[in-house]
Design a protein around this ligand. Structure first.
Ligand code: SF4
Ligand code: SF4
Length: 470
């Protein structure tokens, strides 16, 4: 703790790593990372990108595996169609997801950001790699940036930004395919932009946004724009496992000096951990809002430790209590409470998903109408019924009046057929013998069947004439 106090008073930063004293943005040129963690991250990123890019092409029963059509408010997740009527399921899913993220962050810090977030994956594993390939490592990039415009600078910058636009265009296409489906996107390609102007404009907009995010905004997205990044300070505690500098072991830091016998810390102040950081921070200042847990500084420091014959792990995954008190990781009451609530929510979500009906029915008495008298002296009420078919097949519907005593007569035709993934509507009369009516308003219960299987029961009211009494 002595080291920590000294660090707090003398070293702790009071400004952003990517902003100068005048508030102007400092462009970050992170050194190309290398090491075990970077290799694991690269493999994992290729796996995730493979999933992401193949997603729109994967189909189940001829339908996309994942479709997030916010325009038509239709969502297909793992072959199941979700409609606005499934809002309760979505709300539960969102709550469960948010709680999962909170719990995960409380325990493991911001691992999502460094390892699975599309922003980091595309930035570090696609755009940054292209940059290293064309412009070289950090120092060469810096030199090129500062150089006057000459042939080399023009072709390198031109090529890099050209590839950035192409990558952005490709990602925008994938993004759009998740919204409108790959088939629709292909139709757009076949028919040409003029026939699908709205979609083409969306594609141009997505491409531009992605280009600016990856070519210009970069770490600003993680530091200032992403709400999850802004909130992480509220979620972490002293037991959260994050990428951390072991200041107990590392301080007091200092350059290697064989004549100085006073220095005991392992940190040789080489600043390699700072040079590789994509958000421009010094992990030795402690856990900071900009840290993505990308582990580039772990790799950099491990390499240094190997070179100076010290054990690896001066920068490693550890909690503050792990470093200061030597505590091993354990679940604290807060983590246990989150886990219990998360398990409960997930169980409710699963139950709601399993018991979800294939058809959602809404029954309403036709507004503005009381009752009608038929030619044979019976009393009828007119109803509107609406079905949301959430399946991929056409469904025949049969209605059965459970209560009160009476008959159902469709206004048009004799059968109700609801097309796949669509909303079907019908109108029908409930016709009752005048003698059976004892009240002005009687509860109505109608069972909805499809292919002989009871799907659900819907309720309404039947209005009768006031003068009819028994
Ligand atoms: S401090 Fe380390 S883990 Fe955090 S963003 Fe920088 S390089 Fe990545
Ligand atoms: S890389 Fe390791 S040794 Fe070098 S400054 Fe960072 S923490 Fe210290």
């Amino acid at each position: 703790m002595e080291g920590a106090k000294a660090l707090d008073q003398q070293q702790f930063r009071d400004k952003l790593g990517n902003v100068d004293k005048k508030g102007k943005r400092l462009w970050i040129f992170p050194k190309k990372p290398k090491g075990d963690f970077y290799n694991y991250r690269t493999w994992f990123s290729w796996f995730l990108m493979g999933l992401m890019f193949s997603g729109p092409f994967l189909k189940l029963n001829g339908k996309p595996l994942l479709l997030l059509n916010v325009l038509e408010r239709k969502f297909i997740i793992f072959g199941m169609v979700f409609w606005p009527q499934d809002l309760n399921l979505f709300a539960l899913l969102m709550l469960t997801f948010v709680l999962f993220i909170i719990l995960f962050t409380v325990v493991f810090g911001r691992v999502w950001c460094g390892w699975a977030c599309p922003q980091t994956i595309f930035m570090e594993m696609l755009f940054r790699k292209v940059e290293y390939l064309i412009e070289g490592d950090a120092n060469q990039q810096k030199k090129l940036q500062e150089a006057e415009y000459n042939f080399e600078k023009i072709w390198k910058k031109g090529l890099k930004h050209g590839i950035f636009w192409l990558l952005s265009f490709f990602i925008a296409n994938i993004f759009l395919a998740y919204i409108i489906s790959f088939d629709q996107l292909w139709l757009m390609v076949e028919d040409g932009p003029a026939a699908h102007l709205g979609k083409f404009m969306s594609l141009a907009l997505f491409t531009t946004v992605f280009y600016f995010v990856f070519a210009r905004l970069r770490e600003l997205v993680c530091i200032f724009i992403c709400p999850y990044g802004r909130l992480q300070g509220l979620m972490l505690d002293k037991n959260s496992i994050v990428v951390a500098y072991d200041f107990v072991r590392g301080e007091p830091r200092g350059k290697v000096d064989k004549t100085d016998t006073s220095r005991k810390g392992d940190c040789i102040d080489c600043k390699l951990c700072v040079n590789v950081c994509p958000t421009g921070i010094d992990i030795r200042n402690g856990t900071q809002i900009e840290c993505l847990n990308c582990t580039a500084c772990i790799d950099a420091c491990d390499e240094v430790m190997v070179k100076i014959n010290k054990p690896k792990g001066l920068v490693r995954f550890a909690s503050l209590n792990g470093i200061t008190l030597g505590n091993k990781f354990s679940f604290n009451p807060r983590n246990i409470a989150y886990s219990v609530v998360l398990t409960g929510l997930f169980s409710v979500f699963l139950f709601a998903l399993i018991t979800r009906k294939d058809i959602e029915t809404t029954l309403l008495r036709t507004p503005g109408m009381l009752y009608q008298k038929t030619d044979d002296g019976k009393i009828s009420n007119l109803y509107n019924i609406e079905f949301v078919n959430k399946t991929f097949k056409e469904l025949p519907i049969q209605l059965k009046l459970v209560e009160p005593k009476g008959d159902i007569k469709l206004v048009e035709g004799t059968d109700i057929l609801v097309e796949q993934e669509s909303v079907g509507k019908a109108s029908f009369f409930i016709v009752r013998d005048a003698n059976d009516i004892t009240k002005i308003s009687t509860p109505v219960k109608v069972d909805v069947y499809s292919n002989g299987v009871l799907i659900e029961s819907v309720k309404s009211k039947f209005n009768g004439p006031i003068f009819v009494t028994k």
